[in-house]
Design a protein around this ligand. Structure first.
Ligand SMILES: NC(=O)c1ccc[n+]([C@@H]2O[C@H](COP(=O)([O-])OP(=O)(O)OC[C@H]3O[C@@H](n4cnc5c(N)ncnc54)[C@H](OP(=O)(O)O)[C@@H]3O)[C@@H](O)[C@H]2O)c1
Length: 312
């Protein structure tokens, strides 16, 4: 039986209530992002009460219209709003600044949140976000929850912060490691589509032979909800619907969709890192990752298991 929300209110979603899950008052950071936006929809649809961090009026309007309560604030000033943790059952952290100092921002955020958690009258459920880039280039190996970390340097801080969250007192913490997140027009495909439209070709970083583990963002949202409701404290979950899809195949399907007559432009890792920054190593990793753990443990069942048909 899953964890019950402090309010004990029944969830209106039939499959959720049958399993005895309680409605949780959940604070979400990053609710407007690639991962956070469909996750917000998923949690609200399943009857959870949401409080979302918003740093702009546009984000506040969007989140309020969906039915979430909003706390104004910035990841860089967590002491101004971290007190909201006194009023919630759970936290889902899917926010990131994607700036050079993103690790320091995340560490400062955890300083403030974990200090509040220590004062809470009961343990708070906390879902932290890692990612496939923490497992390095796996090549023919299949990464899963038991694999050693080998993060790209720009994301090494995330491994440390994940460990910190798992070890924190008064916290029932879980970590989700998403594969590359997409939908038909966005997520990791946004860059390809923009270059197809603006430049008439698709730009591949590294090599067309690179493989990406992938997950549709709606399926990822369902995975986060399952982890929130039933994940075991201390557990990590790799979330991939397909273990490794050739980037060249993804580019080929998009080239046909956009009627491009030019083939992809393949740029070297060195060149794109010099231009984009250290994070750009991530998309050049040849990786395979398994989502079997969350399928078996929490019954996750992705609806989209063929990216090439989905984006054609
Ligand atoms: N996308 C993927 O393929 C993928 C895969 C694996 C792991 N991850 C990890 O998942 C996390 C989220 O990724 P994402 O792709 O969903 O990111 P994203 O689309 O860029 O969304 C980032 C979210 O963080 C918020 N945010 C950024 N800076 C903020 C600030 N200073 N104060 C308050 N909120 C701020 C954004 O709000 P605004 O709307 O105001 O900008 C947005 O809601 C990251 O840690 C990423 O490394 C992503």
């Amino acid at each position: 039986m899953g964890w019950r929300g402090a309010g004990g209110t029944q969830c209106p979603a039939p499959d959720c209530c049958k399993e005895g899950k309680g409605r949780m008052r959940t604070f979400i950071l990053g609710a407007t992002g690639t991962i956070g936006a469909p996750l917000t929809d998923e949690l609200l649809r399943h009857g959870h009460e949401l409080v979302a961090l918003a740093r702009s009026d546009a984000a506040e309007r969007d989140l309020t219209a969906k039915g979430a309560a909003v706390v104004h604030g910035d990841l860089r000033n967590p002491h101004e709003w971290a007190h909201i943790l006194r009023e919630v059952d759970a936290v889902i952290h899917v926010a990131a600044t994607f700036t050079e100092d993103m690790g320091a921002v995340d560490s400062g955020l955890l300083d403030a949140l974990l200090a509040e958690v220590e004062r809470a009258p009961r343990p708070i459920r906390f879902v932290y976000t890692g990612g496939c880039w923490l497992y390095g280039a796996t090549g023919e190996r299949l990464a899963d929850e038991s694999s050693p970390f080998d993060p790209i340097p720009a994301f090494a801080w995330m491994v440390e912060n994940g460990r910190r969250v798992l070890a924190a007192p008064n916290l029932d913490a879980m970590i989700v490691h998403p594969a590359m997140v997409y939908d038909r027009d966005g997520g990791v495909l946004r860059r390809f589509i923009a270059s197809a439209r603006d430049k008439g070709h698709i730009e591949i970083w590294g090599s067309a032979e690179t493989r990406w583990p992938v997950v549709h963002r709606r399926d990822l949202a369902a995975a986060y909800r399952l982890v929130l409701e039933g994940g075991g404290p201390g557990a990590s979950y790799c979330v991939a619907a397909e273990r490794g899809v050739r980037v060249g195949d993804i580019a080929g399907v998009l080239a046909r969709r956009f009627g491009l007559d030019k083939g992809p432009l393949v740029r070297s890792t060195t060149e794109v890192v010099a231009e984009q920054g250290a994070w750009a190593v991530g998309p050049t990793l040849d990786q395979q990752m398994s989502g079997a753990g969350i399928v078996q443990e929490l019954g996750w069942s992705p609806a989209v298991t063929d990216i090439l048909s989905e984006i054609a």
